[in-house]
Design a protein around this ligand. Sequence first.
Ligand code: SAM
Length: 236
Amino acid sequence: MNENQLSKRLERVGELVPEHSRLADIGSDHAYLPVALVLQKKITFAVAGEVVEGPYQAAKKQVRKNGLEEQITVRLADGLAAVETADQISAVTICGMGGALIRDILDAGWKNQRLAGNERLILQPNIGEKTLRDWLTVHGYTILEEDIIEENKKIYEIIVAKRETTRIVYSEKERRFGPILLNKRSEVFQKKWQRELKQRETILAQLEKATGDPQEKIGQLQKEILEIQEVLSNES
Ligand code: SAM
């Protein structure tokens, strides 16, 4: 991967960034995404935020190498602390981390007023998608778009959200599977949930043989297995 040839995952994220956005890419190791979008002339301004010195230096180097210091500001900061009001950010990308970490970054940004509330969020959690959708629902975000892709045998979900005037409260099932992914039920979606089903069935079989008192865990797994089976058999 480089600034001219993004991974399939980051390329799809980039496609979901609206044209002419003022972008904040948080966790911007090498600044690949903002650099690629500026080189494509899709955006003309970005902040690349990094909390770790090594990736921060790598991002600075990448921006310098491409002569984009005027368009991309690289900041060493924790999460959305990289964003300043004067940046007038209209889109935020947070990719390649766990859903709980992305949730924590959004939550801190929300509490510290680093999110104005009208930004489009383009989020790509590696795991923990439900945790993220729980936060988005509680904070009044509408899920505008979702995608699920496979790259190098790994499956990634991408969630695009924005606060709208009409509030949608997503059900537990929608928060687990994704309201839009659930409607589309693509091949990759089915593959992901077949895998998740198998994993849960294996754990359940082990727990059923275990001594001790795993009844609560068994009950939870049985509930999830039924829910996944129902989704895979296309019942609504
Ligand atoms: N976003 C890129 C991608 O999707 O390919 C890089 C993903 S990399 C696995 C995660 C990056 O997020 C690391 O460079 C890490 O230092 C950074 N990161 C983790 N927590 C962060 C935080 N609270 N604020 C800013 N950056 C963070």
